[in-house]
Design a protein around this ligand. Sequence first.
Ligand SMILES: Nc1nc2c(ncn2[C@@H]2O[C@H](COP(=O)(O)OP(=O)(O)OP(=O)(O)O)[C@@H](O)[C@H]2O)c(=O)[nH]1
Length: 300
Amino acid sequence: MSLPADLLPAVLDALPDPLFILSESGRYLAVYGGNDPGYYHDGRTLVGQTVEDLLPADKASQVLDQIRQSLSENRLLKVEYPLAAHEVKGLESADGPREMLWFEGHIQPLAEPVNGERAVVWVARNITPRRDLEEKLRRASVIDPLTGVFNRRKLLEVLAERFGEHRRYGEPCAVVMIDVDHFKRVNDQYGHSVGDEVLIAIAEIGRGMLRENDLLSRFGGEEFVLVLPQTDLDDARQVAERFRRAVIEGLATHFPDIPPVTISQGVAAMREGDTSHEGALHRADQALYEAKRQGRNRIV
Ligand SMILES: Nc1nc2c(ncn2[C@@H]2O[C@H](COP(=O)(O)OP(=O)(O)OP(=O)(O)O)[C@@H](O)[C@H]2O)c(=O)[nH]1
């Protein structure tokens, strides 16, 4: 059984995702489907105009390139791109989502020219929820959920990168290992949730005082690691000292009812002879151990 031919326009209009017929020169020749304003704006007003008339210059030129690529390779081309209604002339106040959306475009050359010009069928699917989820997962894979600073996995990734730069270009890089002193007592006397809040506060204090390229990470438990690119041992020691003071002051303000909480820190720098990033990390860990041994609340 085949569908009656006169049903075809209704079918095209019922397509869940919008379908554009675009000429090689970027003119919207027809628009079908995509009628749900929860996902799409009504694109019928675009017909007759070109992508250069309607889109910001960089996006228009990207669309033209993609149309030409699909035509010249004569194949289905899949692309992903962000676009917001306010970027498309004529759609600024149309019904539909207002935020920046992500689309997956499927571009297929048409077998026949239209008005003497080659053309493509461009189906645009709103994939914003999927992109949002991907972004959340990407963040979750590198962020410590309690404190919001980077996790150990990201730390090791960045340290390896920095070590590469150190070995190739001699870029200095310092590592500071930080451990909360007598943290078990905080947990035991004031409860685990107060302990958690102390860790969150330390992370916040750290984030507030670091440079953009510095990386603060939670190594595990009550241990944090700072990576300081372009920093030698002396400068790193000064950063650690500022951090030590900031933590004491910050925690005293946040938690006036608990005795002062301090941190011990081990500082090390990448150096010649290191065969991996593990070298500086290991020395920082040993220095931290020594700081604890010497009585805590100090930097070695
Ligand atoms: N609240 C809280 N406590 C944690 C977390 N992770 C680890 N801890 C606690 O951190 C404490 C670490 O204790 P220890 O390794 O004995 O060290 P410390 O008491 O800090 O003593 P020093 O390091 O020797 O100064 C343990 O009580 C752990 O349960 C966490 O995510 N939240």
